[in-house]
Design a protein around this ligand. Structure first.
Ligand SMILES: [Mg+2]
Length: 124
């Protein structure tokens, strides 16, 4: 069985490392980026099954990253947006850009893991 490969995009280094460690503890293979631009360059060269991205980030935010990526590759893996800001607007934005959903911060890593697996299992 191939490992599920997850891309975690978060500008807060502490939060990013915590999430990477938590997901690795669940047995997932993780790569990470500190902003949308970094994430896009990773996505050009790496295969991932799922993306969890923060929305508010310097250099390139999560929504812009998603829109840019859709222009290049319409068949991208499921993307979950997370943010501590403006829940209603963010979840509306998430739908507009075709994300699978929106999760507000602070999140429960168990919830996030289950969500990732529910998408990765059904898409084979
Ligand atoms: Mg952030």
């Amino acid at each position: 069985m191939t490992k599920v490969r997850l891309l975690i995009v978060e500008d807060d280094e502490v939060l990013r490392e915590l999430l990477v460690e938590a997901m690795e503890d669940y047995g997932l293979d993780c790569i990470s980026a500190g902003n949308g631009k970094e994430a896009l360059s990773l996505l050009h060269s790496e295969r991932v099954n799922f993306v969890i991205t923060d929305i508010k980030m310097p250099i390139m935010d999560g929504l812009t990253m998603l829109k840019e990526w859709r222009k290049i590759d319409s068949d991208s893996p499921p993307i979950l947006l997370v943010s501590g800001y403006s829940e209603i607007e963010s979840s509306r934005d998430a739908k507009l850009v075709g994300a699978v959903g929106f999760h507000s911060k602070p999140y429960d890593v168990e919830d996030l893991h289950q969500l990732v697996m529910s998408y990765c299992n059904t898409s084979g």
